[in-house]
Ligand binder design. Structure first.
Ligand SMILES: Cc1ncc(COP(=O)(O)O)c(C=O)c1O
Length: 398
């Protein structure tokens, strides 16, 4: 039987997110849209909406429709002069969670060593560990703005290091790995033939970069063959309900190896999901959808930022530059709060849901007192949630 750690953040969500009347300020998707919203957003009214024409629901194309894989491949051309990615180098999965799992399942086993940034989505280190690999965590530090220090790889690498796992933008900190850092990681990995997996599920939501800093390219755009990117429709594209993600690699042999393993778990994804995703990634729909989400992220981050400034005696953070999440530390009289207790009591007394860093992102007591916000929800939800949080903080922490 497989030995795997419980997936803490998913279990906390499962237990708490359907609390009646919940004000969910923990959700990591940019506020979800309906199918009708997508059709409404479309800038080209001559574009047929995909579900209008009834089709027989066969398995369809096994690796994902050609059109969808082409549209996913074209995402990797953005912000780079790299060679276009062929559609054949993309394979469709059930969400980014399916993509990450399948990739580890295909490539990682006993005897392998994996380096993974931390904190991040627990799947990225717990799954390789469950497959028998040894995992070293590459700690992102507050004093570096949660951006990894490339030189530290020297101290982590081993002769059997097979993969370096990064997450850009990062969940939970909302930090961005700039291009120069990505280039450093690529140079390090290339010298040693190490595969890089970049979970880019929050890309391209680089909404609040400092002036003069460009959005980084995908890891696939940096001229190294052994690079893999995973992503999905859930976060930046607001369509978690279609459960559609992808694995893309510059190395076709990685995609072929994944396809062999995938036959045992997937056959193909839902044809309805494939068609809706393809429609959402067409230019007339994707453009307004992404500008809605960039604007929503900026508006909401300003609200959260004002809250942090107003309560600077009890909370602090590294302000996020991208993605949908922020990691905020709460203290009472200078002492970090007991974050899981804080979250449960806040929910019980105010119906506001946020996520505790422990156990969701911290091993042991790392990140004591830290709370993860998912702030790119509907703005009204954030405003109502912050109002209630403000009362709670005044009563309990000040
Ligand atoms: C970094 C990261 N990767 C993958 C996933 C899974 O996303 P999906 O809904 O596409 O399966 C999440 C969800 O929170 C995530 O934060």
């Amino acid at each position: 039987m497989v030995k795997i750690e419980p997936f803490e953040v998913e279990q906390w969500f499962d237990r708490l997110e359907n609390t009646p009347g919940v004000l969910n300020v923990a959700e990591t998707c940019a506020a979800s849209v309906s199918y009708d919203d997508l059709v409404h957003l479309c800038e080209d009214k001559t574009l047929p909406d995909p579900l209008r024409r009834s089709q027989k629901l066969t398995y369809g194309a096994i690796r994902g429709s050609e059109q969808l894989r082409q549209r996913v491949a074209s995402l990797f051309g953005r912000a780079s002069e790299a060679e276009p990615l062929p559609a054949g180098n993309v394979i469709i999965t059930q969400g980014a969670i399916g993509a990450n799992f399948l990739l580890f399942y295909t490539l990682i086993g006993p005897g392998d060593h994996v380096i993974c940034v931390y904190p991040t989505y627990q799947q990225l280190y717990s799954v390789p560990e469950s497959l028998g690999a040894e995992v070293s965590l590459w700690r992102l530090k507050e004093e570096n703005g949660y951006v990894p220090v490339v030189e530290e790889l020297e101290g982590l690498v081993r002769s059997n290091t097979k993969m370096i796992v990064i997450n850009n933008p990062n969940n939970p900190t909302g930090s961005t790995m700039p291009k120069r850092v990505l280039e450093g990681i690529v140079a390090f990995a290339k010298q040693r033939g190490i595969i890089i997996l970049s979970d880019e599920v929050y890309s391209p939501l680089y909404h609040s970069l400092p002036d003069g800093q460009d959005a980084p390219p995908s890891v696939l755009a940096l001229g190294y063959e052994k690079t893999v990117a995973t992503g999905s429709m859930s976060k930046a594209f607001s369509l978690a309900g279609i459960r559609l993600g992808w694995i893309a690699s510059r190395d076709r042999s990685i995609i072929e190896a994944v396809a062999v393993a995938r036959d045992y778990t997937t056959i193909s994804v839902s044809q309805l999901d494939d068609q809706v995703a393809s429609y959402a990634l067409s230019q007339p729909v994707m453009r307004p959808l992404l500008s809605r989400n960039m604007a929503l992220a900026k508006t909401n981050l300003a609200l959260l930022s004002a809250f942090i400034e107003r309560h600077a005696t009890v909370c602090s953070w590294v302000k996020p530059t991208a993605g949908t999440t922020a990691l905020v530390q709460f203290k009472k009289k200078g002492v970090p709060v007991d974050d899981p207790k804080f979250v449960l009591d806040l929910l019980k007394t105010t119906n506001v849901l946020v996520m505790p860093a422990n156990p969701c992102f911290g091993l042991g007591q790392d990140f004591k007192g830290f709370i993860r916000f998912g702030y790119v929800c509907e703005t009204e939800v954030l405003i109502a949630g912050l109002e209630k949080l403000e009362q709670y903080v005044k009563e309990h922490l000040m």
